[in-house]
Design a protein around this ligand. Sequence first.
Ligand SMILES: [Zn+2]
Length: 133
Amino acid sequence: MPYYIAMFWTILHLFCVTATVMMVVLFFLYHQQANGFNFKRYIIVGAVSSLVTLIISYSRRRAARCPLCIGTPLMNTGALTHKRSTKLAPLNEGYTALLSIAFTQKFRCMYCGTRYDLLKSTHKQRSQPESKS
Ligand SMILES: [Zn+2]
C-alpha cells in the first residue's frame, strides 16, 4: 500500500520537525542555565532525522500515484487542481489527502476528483474508484 507508506513517513517527518523546533525553543529559553543538558546534540539529531524523513517521505509521496490520472494525489506539484478537490485551511491538497487517509482511510485525488476508499480496495490489485458527482 504505497499510500500508507507515504502517510507513515510524512507523519514521522512532521513529528521530527516538531521535536526539533521544540528543542530549538527550549534551547533559546534555557541555554543560559543549561546544567549539563546537551541541547545542541539533540537539535543536530533532530535536524538530521527531519532531513532524512523528508527525503524518504518526498520519494514515497511521489511513488503513490493515482491509478486513473497518474498524478500524485498526496503531493502538490504545482499543476492545476480539480475543482472538487478539498483542502483544509492552512494545508495544501496533498497534506489534506494524507490527513484524510490517516483518519478516515479515504481521500480524493486532487487532480481528477476521484474519491478512493482504501478499506474497500485492499483486496484488489487495482482499486476501483467510485466517482460521485
Ligand atoms: Zn487522480
